[in-house]
Structures are given as C-alpha cells and as structure tokens.
Ligand binder design. Structure first.
Ligand SMILES: [Zn+2]
Length: 327
C-alpha cells in the first residue's frame, strides 16, 4: 500500500482505490455499498484525507486535523444522523459547491445516501451529472436496491462485504494497540462473532460493555432455543420481547433488529456446521444433531420473512410467535 489506511479488512477495495489514484483514473463519484459499520465511511474519509493533504494524509497538518474533526472547508460531510436528507440540505450543498475551492479538491462525503428524499435526489442529480472539475462525491449505502438507478449509474460502485469471524478476530488482535483495546482474547472472539463480521461494530462492542452484555444475552438466549426445544419457554420469551418493544418510549425497533440479526446468524452458523459434518457431531454446535439441513434452511427463510413482515407493521408478537413455531 502506498498510504496508511486505518481500515480492518477490505484490502482489495483499498488497493483498487490506490490504483485509481496513482493511475490518474479517479472517478468523480464513488458509491461504497455494504452493511452498517463495515468500514465504508472510514475508507471514504481516509480517501478524502489522502486527496486533500499535501503530505500523504499525514494526520498532523491543519488540513488533516480539520478533516478528522469534520470541519474542513472543502471536505463537506453529511453524516448519518438517522434522518432523511431533505431538499434544503442539498440546495445548501449545491451552493457551497459553486464557491471556488481553496484546497486540492471539493469533496462531498454522504453517509447512507439511501436517506435522500425523492425531491432531494432530483436536485442532487444535476450536480452529480455535471460536477465542477475537482469535485468528488464519496457516498455510502447499505443496499443498491434501495437507491434510484440514476444515482447508481453515475457512480463507480464498490462493494464492502462483512468479514469472516476469524479474519476479523485476527485483525483486531493484530491492531489492538492502535485501536486502544484492552480486552483479552476471549472478548475479542465474542465481539467478532457478535458483530457479524463488521469491524466498526466489533470495536463498538469492545468499547461498550453494556452493549456487549446485551448482545451476549440475546446470543445465549437464542442458542438455548435450539438446545432446549421448549416451546413454552420460547413463547414466553418472545412475548416478553414484544412487550418491552411496545413499552419502549423511543419507539424504535433496535432490540428487535438485534434479536433477529443474531438469530439469523446463529441459524446460518448451524447450517454451516451441518454442511461441514452432515451426520457427525460438531464441537461448537452440538445442538445441530437435532436439526436437518432442510429444517435449518426453512428457518433462515422464516426469519427473513419475519423481518420483512415486521418492517411492514405486522403485529410483532404474532410474527415472533409464528417464528418460534417453525423449528
Ligand atoms: Zn496532512
């Protein structure tokens, strides 16, 4: 690598970007696509630093320090604050882009562009189509399908998949000192597994003991569903979960999202264990003996269906009870 990228994994993507840089083949718009907290925005921000700093993104000069803080005049950040990006915000952005750059480039970082309202997209497209020279758009998205093709077709798309548990664990261990992580081997292993291969999430869990405890609790509870095969227990559990979501004043579905995400992850891990040792025992997943490959495939399908239904406002308690009956 020509530059120092503080990124875990994604070696191919980073080296592709370096090739674009050194070969003078930089696109005026990139779209980095992958799950939340996989590292897309960090790559975008590092690329911005490399382009703006006159000393290889030294992280010491005023330009670098301002970029790190998100306060650089020609590096505009639209961070994901969970709200939609409205037309007013895009108009302000277009106005800013019309002013002459004081730096090497004018760079616009847009995190989770799927949040843009249709009005805002209409107004943004013109700028994306006819960018002023030295203007660069670095955008991220979770899913290509949620974006209008007019945006996708105007950007160079790069995919950022999640990492394997093992790779993530080894990388975090290797970079522990840089990441200022003091956790031992066992915690790193757990965080890598629970983060579902997303480095940003794993680091967040290692730094936030409460979140880690909550993730672990879900993980152990769901594993016990497979071990005990106790329908009454499962029912009481999801009824309690549905109730706590209904009582939640913030009215978000965070707990439910985490629950279903970990659930599908465990089901997939069991399926992998089954495929690896179809009839034999599995040390990590002894409970896999009790399920056929088809049963696990059906369950994965059913969890996806449950997520789909709940996202469309089907009664949460009924949907979860139904899911509990399916394995
Ligand atoms: Zn610098």
């Amino acid at each position: 690598m020509l530059y120092k990228w503080p990124i875990i994994g994604h070696e191919q993507q980073v080296s592709k970007l370096e090739n674009d840089l050194s070969g003078g083949n930089l696109s005026h718009a990139y779209l980095f696509v992958g799950p939340d907290k996989v590292g897309k925005f960090l790559v975008a921000k590092t690329l911005a630093g490399i382009l703006q700093c006159s000393n290889n993104y030294c992280r010491r000069c005023p330009t670098c320090i301002q970029i790190e803080k998100g306060a650089h005049i020609d590096t505009i950040e639209i961070r994901d604050n969970g709200e939609s990006i409205k037309i007013e915000e895009v108009r302000t952005l277009v106005g800013t882009l019309q002013m002459t750059a004081q730096s090497n480039y004018k760079i616009v970082l847009i995190d989770n562009i799927g949040r843009m309202t249709p009005d805002a997209i209409g107004s943004f497209l013109k700028t994306l189509e006819e960018p002023t020279s030295k203007t660069l758009f670095l955008m991220t998205a979770n899913n290509l399908l949620e974006l209008p093709s007019t945006i996708v077709s105007r950007a160079r798309v790069m995919k950022f998949p999640s990492l394997s548990d093992k790779k993530l664990r080894l990388k975090i261990d290797e970079m522990k000192a840089d990441l200022k992580i003091e956790s031992g081997q066992e915690m790193i292993e757990k965080a890598s597994m629970l983060s579902l291969g997303r480095p940003g999430k794993a680091i967040e869990l290692l730094r936030d003991r409460d979140a880690m405890t909550e993730y672990l609790r879900f993980y152990n509870d769901i594993r016990s569903f497979f071990r005990d095969k106790d329908l009454t227990k499962r029912f009481l559990y999801v009824q309690g979960l549905a109730q706590s979501i209904a009582d939640d004043e913030e009215e978000d579905n965070d707990d439910l999202d985490v629950f279903l995400e970990i659930f599908v992850h465990i089901a997939r891990s069991l399926l992998n264990a089954k495929i690896e040792s179809p009839s034999g025992e599995n040390e990590d997943y002894p409970e896999v003996m009790r399920f056929s490959k088809q049963a696990l495939l059906n369950l994965i399908h059913k969890i996806d269906e449950t997520r789909y239904l709940i996202a469309r406002n089907v009664n949460t308690k009924l949907a979860l009870e139904n899911l509990m009956l399916s394995f």
